[in-house]
Design a protein around this ligand. Sequence first.
Ligand code: 13P
Length: 253
Amino acid sequence: MRKKIIAGNWKMNKALADGQSLALEVINLAIEEVPQDTQLVLCAPAIHLASLDDLLKSTAHVHLGAQNMSEHASGAFTGDISAEMLKSVGVQFVILGHSERREYHHESNELLSKKVKFALQNNLTPIFCCGESLATREANQHIEFVNKQIKDSLGDLNKDELQKVVIAYEPIWAIGTGKTASAAQAQEMHKSIRDFLATQFNQATADSISILYGGSMKPTNAKELLAQPDVDGGLIGGASLVARDFIAIALSF
Ligand code: 13P
């Protein structure tokens, strides 16, 4: 059975007090309403992480996530945050390769390969993001493009390592645009990612990986997306900033 995961990517939103109240609201609703077999992850800005860890200790199925991590262990990397630092404040998941990091911070598949390995060595679960632009989809290159992202960044993991990775398919044209991939488009890509993993590793390993969909997922479209056989959860941007909406998505399996 693959893990069902609904992760919230708060991106660069919420000052400390607002983040704490959002997390508290999510936790209280999660305790009352969300079944234990659905894992929630709050990927908050780095400044929030230390204070959220204490709040999150009250529930077993709400976890703490970061939005990025350095590929270096420590040293003269001004402004960066290491895996060890994330671990030290209770972080369990880390988003790697979000399209916004790829675009604004020029993160390449090769750099992300290093980050993924480094996260795994430090017992952090990478939420590895992949996804194509509109131009790539319109050129009908989306499958090849995503396969290459996966091969270049995850291709030299061994099976045990790969099994610890969560993949998030986020078509860039659907992020923050209100345009969601149709359930059929999401299923086609998720199945293709799984088939590709099966050719690179093996079927059992591919079958064990949770693949999340991200891109304008909200309470009104979550049910249809999550009903697809290869969609195992969601990576939620805008709707994760409203506790009721985030929980409604988590209740849509
Ligand atoms: P939106 O849900 O706001 O489209 O963002 C998706 C996303 O980028 C999550 O990482």
